[in-house]
Every structure is written in structure tokens, then in C-alpha cells.
Design a binder for this molecule. Sequence first.
Ligand code: ZN
Length: 465
Amino acid sequence: MAIVQSYGAAEVVTGSCHLLRIENGPNIMIDCGMFQGVVEERNFEPFGFDPKEVDILLVTHAHLDHVGRIPKLVKEGFKGRIVTLRSTMDLAEVVLLDSAHLMEEEYRTRYKKAQRRGAEASVREPLYSVDDVKAVYDLAIEYAQYDKSVKLGRDLTATFRNAGHILGAATIEIDFKERGRFRRVVFSGDLGNRNDIVMRDPVFVKEADALFIESTYGDRNHRGIKESEEEFKEVVVNTLLNNGNVLIPSFAIERTQEIMCLLKRMYDKKELPRCKIFIDSPMAIRATRLYDTYHKELSRSCNDYLKRDGTIFEFPYLSYTVKSEESKRINEIESGCVIIAGSGMCTGGRILHHFKHRLWNERNSLLFVGYQAEGTLGRRIVEGERHIHIYNEEVLVRAKVYTINGFSAHADQNDLIEWMEHFKRLEKIFLIHGEFKKQLVFKKAIEKRLGKRAHIVAPEESIYL
Ligand code: ZN
């Protein structure tokens, strides 16, 4: 009998990693992501299975919590083939290289410090290096396309459906024959928010013997996207008309492209005062180029822009600053700037030097458009901290601070349940990729609204399909 075991994203959000073992068939892994935040230490623990025994790796999308342990998997012996969309593999390369660079840099700094104490032997090597990332791309990679089944073996296929979450994101249907019976197991991947400006709506699946569904926001509903867009507009327009500058810390993938589209739409409608918009993040610029390349996977409005303007994201006020000298030159502009820079939670990156130069001035605005995790500088500012330290210098936050919560790359409780309602046949529901407390709320909501039981998957629990 086929079994699924969870080696990450069971009762937590990050580290997504599931292994489907088919009787007399191959072992199929679905995602191999990194643990982040408080569970970060788990990345350094053994996987709990032998990477050499994994025959096929399917990847739902390129976020670090879904791809971040692939280099470790390869380093420890995985030699099978990888099957996913080309856009996902390209975006994953940007994500993995960025993370490898950061880890290598951190390692060098720690090593130097330890050396001075004579304790260099105690410094742990990074989880993976740039070379380990390159080794992933030396493996056999088979590119899937949305809605076209990929043959994985005899009586065994995988079909990728657009999940509308980030570029390339997919829900994966796996069909196989076991003991003479056809079975289908579905992994939702991360499901997108409906009516997103950049992504398409998630595609519905017709049937499943077993569904493994994400539950990140299974406990709540987002604020309306329309209200959030209105709030966004108001902050940007008022700040610019007041001769101020707008600072937007933003995630390189998805949120940045969404914000660019919003600004472009304002420009189109002549709602945007004359200004200079800077995409000041090399990673976001790389990601945006990939969004351009794979535009067919994006929303209709993105493709309408492309037809009309020959470009999706660009418009006259917008410029990309790749080099750090270009980034520093932004400091010389007194007013009328909208600066979009990483990192999204202000834990590093170019946003910090903009903070240093702009936060002391009450005419400027700091606009948060994404989740700020506990312990990050972003979260401390959101919670009211006004004396912050940047590069060993104290900076007083006099700029106005705004938080807009309605932008999300994830479906909320309503969206998740409505997505499940579209199944014509849905036998078993398993909850993964969510905090345990939130999953309990989601489980109750499913039972109430769908009249179906849902099971919260525990780490390494064997689920017989
Ligand atoms: Zn994701």
C-alpha cells in the first residue's frame, strides 16, 4: 500500500518535504524545503530517510521553504531526476544562490571572529555552498508544463496545475496504479490568493483519493484586496504630494512584482504624482526578469500590459538599480522617491541604508506590505520601536509607519475551503504546512463546511493511502 511520510511542514509552516512510497514503484519526493525561523536548527539534522532511495523529486514552487534543502539532498546522495516547471527551476536558482551566498558570507564572518578567539574548529559549515547549488542543476531535470501529464513510470504520471501563488507554482496530481486500482494523490502546494493582480487564480482539481493541503492561513480570512489597494494608494500619493519619500521593504518574489503592477496601474489612471520609483534589489530584478520571460503563466492583466506596452512591469517613472553605487546615489535625491528594496523583513539588504538616510525625517513614509516575523527589525518597528540601530548607529524613526495586511500570496480560509468544494470526489484530507493551532481551527472549519474529516499530519507519521 502506498505511504506518504512528512519530513517537514508537519505541524509547522516551513521545511516542506513529503515522501510518497508506492508499492513496487518508485519513491517520489514532493518538495525539499528549508526550515525557517524558530525551527531553523532542524536543517542540520539528518533527513530521516536515505536520500539515495529517492527516485524522483517533484517541486511545487521556488520558495526557500519548498526548495531550500535540495542542495543538501543532492550532497547526501540523491541522484534521481527532478520534475517541475522550467520557471520554477530558474526562479529556484535565484533563490538558492542568494541563500548560499548569504550563508557563505555569514560563515566567513563567524570564522574570522572565532579565529581571533582560537575557536575556529567550533564554527559550523554552512548548510550548502554555491557549488552545492550548481550540483543540483547537473542532475537530470525534466520540465513539466501546466495541465500536461508527465509520465514518471509505468501507470504513473504527474500533472502540474497552476496554483496561482508565485511564478511557476503548482498543485501536483499524482496518478498511479496499485494492486490493479488507479489512485490519485494531490499535493496542493501553496495556493494563491484569488484576484491577484500578477498571478492567475488557482486551478481546481476534480478528484482525489487523498489531498495534502497547505493550511498557512487556514484559521482566518484576509482583508479585502481592494481596501488594501486603496490604503496603498493613499499612503503613496499623500507622501509624494507632501514632498516626502516612500520606503517599501519588500520580498523579491511576488510582492515586489505585485507592488510594481499596482504603481503602474496608478500611473495609467493618472493617479500617481510625478515621482522616481526604484526597484533597489538585485534579487528582485532577477526575479522580475523571470516573471517577464514566463509571462504566459501570469494573469490576464499582465499579458494585456505586455501586448499594449511591450513590457509588463516597466513604465516611465520606474528604474532598476542593480549596482550598489546606483543604489547609494538614490540617497542624494531629496524628495519624490518610491524605494522598493529588500529584505522584506528588514533583517539585511539595501533597505537598511535607506532607513539610515530617510527614517529620521517625518515627511517620509515607511510602508510595510508583507508579513513581519517575530524578532525581525521590521516587526519591532511595526510594534512601535522608534530608536533603532543600523550599522552601529542609532536612528530615530520619525517617518510615518504604515502596515497594509491585505496583500498575501496565500489563499485564506474561505479560498482554501472553496477550492476544496470544487472537487467532485474527495476521499481523504490531510493538513500540512501550517502551525498546529491554526490547523486545529482549519480542521473544524472543514468539518463544519464540507462535512468531511481532516487529519493533521504529524512529523514522520506514516499515512496509508
Ligand atoms: Zn510559498
